[in-house]
Design a protein around this ligand. Structure first.
Ligand SMILES: [Fe+2]
Length: 197
């Protein structure tokens, strides 16, 4: 299959996931301006990690995870954070890509859909951003923390909403986690900033 065929398959799997889960389609409508944009692949440790160790899935999330595993060598994987901010171990076990959005593999200006992978034993520091985001877990699990709400352990099909500029953090323990994140509001293309202590 061509890379574009793999991207189309992954987008269809994500669209079905979005339609099947109430928090997801309540958060944002499925965008109607999606346009495939060829992008050079960028390989990171996460390229292989999501293929060999995605963590526990559910019947509903399995097709999405498998689509991303097939797509992984064609993805423009990104890191955003620096070694000074998060450490080398974090960067060796983490990666994300923008499936759809202002700078995604599919261009849309209506929302942003990103995918993030964290290996076991990582401490994702407290950070924030202007756009609101809805984390949805595809596989594995992690402890989610956000200012003003109790800590929660999330697993596949669970969701977590972060409001505009609400500081939040995440810790993985024995399991990795693969997340699909929907974004809305102002600042869709902004990078997150680590929060003040
Ligand atoms: Fe975030």
């Amino acid at each position: 299959m061509t890379p574009q065929g793999l991207f189309d398959d992954a987008l269809s799997a994500v669209k079905a996931w979005h339609a099947a889960l109430q928090p997801e389609h309540a958060f944002c409508p499925w965008p109607d301006d999606l346009r495939y944009e060829p992008r050079a692949p960028r390989s990171l440790p996460a390229t292989e990690l999501i293929r060999v160790a995605p963590g526990r899935t559910t019947p509903l999330s399995t097709p999405v995870v498998e689509a991303f595993q097939a797509l992984s060598p064609h993805l423009e994987w990104r890191l955003t954070y620096t070694q000074d901010e998060v450490g080398r171990h974090f960067l060796n076990n983490y990666g994300w890509f923008e499936l759809a959005g202002p700078e995604g593999h599919f261009i849309t200006h209506q929302t942003r859909i990103t995918v993030g992978y964290w290996g076991p034993g990582l401490d994702y520091p407290r950070h924030q951003h202007r756009a609101e985001e809805l984390y949805t877990v595809l596989s594995g699990s992690a402890l989610f923390k956000a200012d003003g709400v109790p800590d929660r352990i999330l697993k596949a099909e669970d969701t977590c909403l972060h409001l505009s500029d609400q500081p939040h953090a995440m810790m993985t323990h024995d399991s990795p986690i693969l997340t699909l994140v929907f974004w809305r509001g102002e600042g869709l293309a902004d990078a997150p900033a680590l929060s003040a202590a």
